[in-house]
Ligand binder design. Structure first.
Ligand SMILES: [Zn+2]
Ligand SMILES: [Zn+2]
Length: 890
């Protein structure tokens, strides 16, 4: 029972982190392994990026997950938290590219195979960072089931899904306008484009109308270089200004190409001149218009952001350089009608901030509408519940307007698309493995599609691919559908929605029943944390400084559903003090036990949560009965709060219990009792230890390290106990365990002590100065005050005389429905108090006289606004009432 003087979490946290993993206590059992009868609770981790390291947002997410997971495990359920990481295509490729560039190595020089090797090497070296950090922070994952999205098993699942969707007609290859990042050299999804406000220009360009000398159509554009690829000019059929131009053509300046004037609603009579240029190869709306009118697509900008040979004299130039020259050349020909400043929004690559270029390219797509329909239904019908529920609206908005998903990426790191191109007949063969020959021409010249899949394609399969799908595994049968997903709102569409669609399509069942969406971690000024702002909090640094338990507790305290979390070091310091308080309570208990010659044992009542209320409770000291009753209420609140993802309430309830009930009251009362009954093992010890042990179990999901450390000391050497508090039962509420009589008795004692302390404080009495007072009981307070006279004396340093009835008026008095409490202040203090009151009385009398004078002054009354007069009247009443009260107390 040796216990160190100081609470030093750094001393024991790493030990338990390692021991938990080594002892295998977080391992979940499959259905056939004897766990069939136990309820199952399962959750898959939102897989962090393999290149990443843990940031405070992860720690918040993992703390919330861990509290829920540990709670279910302590409820006796077969509990799985499946961990793993995501290969994170573009993000990882960029990190490794940068890493290689520092050594002067370029990706393209290495070649695809060598580059992929380098990424795997990189993963082997750094890919475990997150895992090591998660273990250190106490995440109770089943690491024997760890997965990586590029594992052979998960890759097979990806190919299986691709082939099945293709065969069902839900995957197709098509020409499409995509967002292209010329820097990353890949198509990116709409969701990966960030939008920035910039001050741009609107150039108004004159296009000469053929056959009508001197007649021009003016078109306005923010990207003049794209005019080189114009294949039409559109006017609105209803625009009366241009009725005579129907069926005519214009001459495209600089390129000297004749292009038609078309009638299309793309032209808005209200905007600019009402005529617009049409560039089907470089604008998504023009692309659609081009389809409607069967226009050719002239591609003048290439994948590197340079002008193509189609751009004639501008070929080979960078797109922005070409813009300057096109404008200059148009000006030289007097074809610029005007230039306006124009605030506009540009799309940028969310990875590298390069301005995105809309380009046409051939990509692979998933047809989303048929998949989305079922995914909308399961949320509407409540088969999947979002917490907070208002996220359903955001989800639906996206799902009802869903567009086909471009799934191909021009990267090297990721799942290569399982499609092979025949070099002889250009047939495309989609298959799980490379086909031996072309099914159409028999050629063996087959080449796999160079593109890889969007990284969200594989993570969309995560809830079942990680459990062994497409094989019918025991894990899949045991843990799918998973119970809960905890994640951030920023990946609601990228990931959550796609998991729902894929789960329904391939498992015929939702992937999870509940989705809890957590907030962002912000700093004291409610600013988002970011490296550029320099306000980030590194979880590894603060856990080293304050202890993991304290940081976890602080995160939980801020985690109110639907809100962001404000995190500051001051709050962590507060939580460290809380942990320290518990440590000191344990020290006190352990030391008392030692000096009383008590062996380190756990009370017999461990298996039960607290003693049954029974006939012999009368022999149990009231403070014990009270603490068990309070534990019972705390258990009720804690269980409900965890169940409803109200993590802030979990923290608050446990904090309140441990600090303000167990330490401030229970232990203080116990100290008084131990002072008198320090005679060895007795019922008091048993109950105190049982209460402490129960409280540790209540706290364990929130503060796993401290509770394990103390619980293990209590359980030392007991072979009939679980090996870890993580496997002990979580205390449950029982209505029979509420002891109303004990709660009432201690409640009145608390009122007496608190009020006496408050009165002392208000009268600015030194805590060491003893005072006397009288308690006037109107109910049962008399008996209680008599029984606890010693406690009241020691806790409030006041000796009370006991009376029945009501107290006479006194300046130093407090009342409840049960009693009045009056303190007698020492003579000097009392005289000072009277002098102050006498002064107060004189002032009141002056005020009253002055108000009365005003109210009897008829001139004043006639002039003053009614409101003012009313105020004075009210004040006068107030002064009189105060004076009356004061006279009573003097
Ligand atoms: Zn980019
Ligand atoms: Zn062929």
């Amino acid at each position: 029972m040796q216990i160190e003087t100081a609470y030093e979490p750094q001393r024991f946290e790493p030990h338990w982190a390692e021991w938990w993993i080594r002892s295998g206590i977080f391992h979940a059992a499959g259905k056939n392994s004897g766990a069939a009868s136990r309820p199952v609770f399962s959750l898959v981790i939102p897989p962090p990026n393999v290149t990443g390291s843990l940031h405070i947002g992860h720690m918040l997410e993992h703390t919330e997950i861990d509290v829920t997971i540990r709670w279910h495990r302590m409820l006796g359920e077969n509990t799985l938290w499946l961990p793993g990481t995501d290969h994170a295509g573009i993000a990882t490729q960029m990190v490794v590219e940068r890493h290689l560039a520092e050594q002067g190595i370029l990706r393209r020089d290495l070649g695809r195979e060598k580059f992929e090797e380098r990424v795997w090497q990189w993963k082997a070296q750094y890919g475990d960072t997150i895992k090591r950090q998660m273990i250190r922070l106490g995440a109770s994952c089943d690491w024997s089931r760890e997965r990586f999205t590029l594992d052979p098993g998960l890759s097979a699942a990806v190919r299986e899904v691709f082939v099945r969707l293709y065969e069902k007609g839900l995957i197709y290859r098509g020409e499409y306008m995509v967002n292209w990042c010329p820097r990353c050299q890949t198509a990116i999804s709409d969701l990966e484009v960030t939008h920035a406000d910039v001050q741009g220009h609107l150039w108004h360009i004159r296009y000469p109308v053929n056959g009508m000398p001197g007649r021009y159509l003016v078109v306005a554009t923010t990207r003049p270089e794209t005019m080189l690829g114009d294949t039409a000019v559109a006017i609105n059929a209803k625009d009366s200004r241009y009725l005579d131009l129907h069926g005519k053509t214009v001459q495209l300046p600089l390129m000297d190409r004749e292009i038609p004037i078309i009638l299309d609603d793309l032209a808005d009579p209200e905007f600019g001149s009402g005529a617009v240029k049409v560039t089907p190869a470089h604008d998504p709306n023009d692309f659609e218009a081009g389809r409607r009118h069967n226009l050719p697509k002239v591609k003048v900008i290439d994948e590197l952001g340079r002008m193509t040979t189609e751009a004639g004299p501008y070929a080979g130039e960078d797109r922005f350089e070409a813009r300057r020259r096109v404008v200059a050349d148009l000006e030289a020909k007097s074809l610029i009608a005007k230039i306006e400043d124009y605030p506009m929004v540009v799309g940028k690559c969310s990875r590298c901030s390069t301005i995105v270029e809309p380009l046409i390219s051939t990509q692979w797509f998933v047809r989303m509408k048929p998949l989305a329909e079922k995914a909308i239904d399961v949320v509407e019908s409540g088969r999947i519940q979002f917490v907070p529920a208002n996220w359903v609206k955001t989800y639906n908005e996206w799902m009802y307007n869903i567009r086909d998903w471009c799934i191909s990426r021009q990267l090297w790191w990721g799942h290569r698309i399982p499609a092979w191109h025949c070099r002889e007949c250009h047939e495309i063969l989609v298959a799980r493995e490379k086909p031996p020959s072309c099914s159409r021409c028999g050629s063996t010249h087959l080449e796999q599609d160079p593109d890889v899949l969007d990284t969200w394609f594989s993570s969309g399969l995560w809830p079942f691919s990680t459990l062994g799908w497409p094989a019918h595994t025991e894990d899949l049968a045991t843990f799918y559908p998973t119970s809960l997903l905890i994640t951030g709102f920023d990946i609601l569409f990228f990931w959550v929605a796609r998991m729902i669609m894929m789960g329904l399509e391939f498992m015929g069942e939702v992937p999870f029943r509940h989705v809890y969406i957590h907030g962002l971690v912000r700093d004291a000024e409610r600013q988002k944390m970011s490296k550029t702002r320099g306000n980030t909090i590194d979880p590894l640094i603060v856990t080293e400084k304050y202890g993991t338990d304290a940081v976890r507790m602080t995160l939980l305290q801020g985690a109110t559903p639907g809100n962001d979390i404000v995190l500051t070091e001051e709050r962590m310091e507060g939580s460290r003090k809380f942990a320290n308080k518990i440590w000191n309570a344990a020290r006190f208990l352990f030391m008392r036990m030692q000096s009383a010659g008590v062996e380190p044992w756990l009370p017999e009542s461990l298996a039960a949560f607290y003693p049954e209320a029974s006939a012999d409770t009368l022999e149990v000291p009231v403070e014990d009965r009270w603490i068990f009753s309070r534990l019972n209420s705390t258990a009720e609140q804690a269980n409900r709060a965890i169940e409803q993802y109200r993590y802030h309430e979990v923290a608050q309830v446990l904090w309140q219990f441990f600090w303000h009930e167990f330490c401030d009251w229970y232990l203080e009362l116990k100290k008084l009792r131990f002072r008198d009954e320090n005679t060895g093992p007795n019922a008091d010890w048993r109950n105190t230890l049982a209460a402490f042990e129960t409280a540790l179990r209540l706290l364990h999901p929130a503060m796993p390290f401290l509770t394990e450390e103390l619980w293990k000391r209590l359980a030392a050497g007991r072979s009939d106990r679980p090996v870890s508090i993580a496997l002990a039962l979580y205390p449950q509420y029982r209505s029979s365990a509420t002891d109303y009589a004990a709660e009432r008795e201690i409640g009145i004692l608390q009122d007496i002590v608190t009020m006496a302390r408050n009165l002392r404080a208000e009268s600015k009495l030194d805590p060491k100065q003893p005072v006397e007072g009288t308690l006037y009981s109107h109910g049962n307070a008399l008996e209680i005050a008599r029984k606890h006279a010693e406690a009241i004396h020691r806790m409030a340093n006041v000796k009370l005389a006991l009376e029945t009835g009501s107290a006479p008026h006194s300046p130093v008095m407090r009342s409840t429905t049960e009693f009045d409490l009056v303190l007698q202040l020492p003579k000097a203090r009392e005289e000072a108090q009277s002098r102050r009151k006498e002064k107060e009385r004189e002032q009141l009398i002056k005020n009253i006289e002055s108000s009365e004078r005003q109210l009897s002054d008829e001139v004043f009354l006639a002039k003053a606004p009614a409101k003012v007069v009313e105020t004075i009247r009210k004040k006068l009443e107030d002064y009189r009432a105060q004076l009356h009260k004061l006279n009573g107390s003097l």
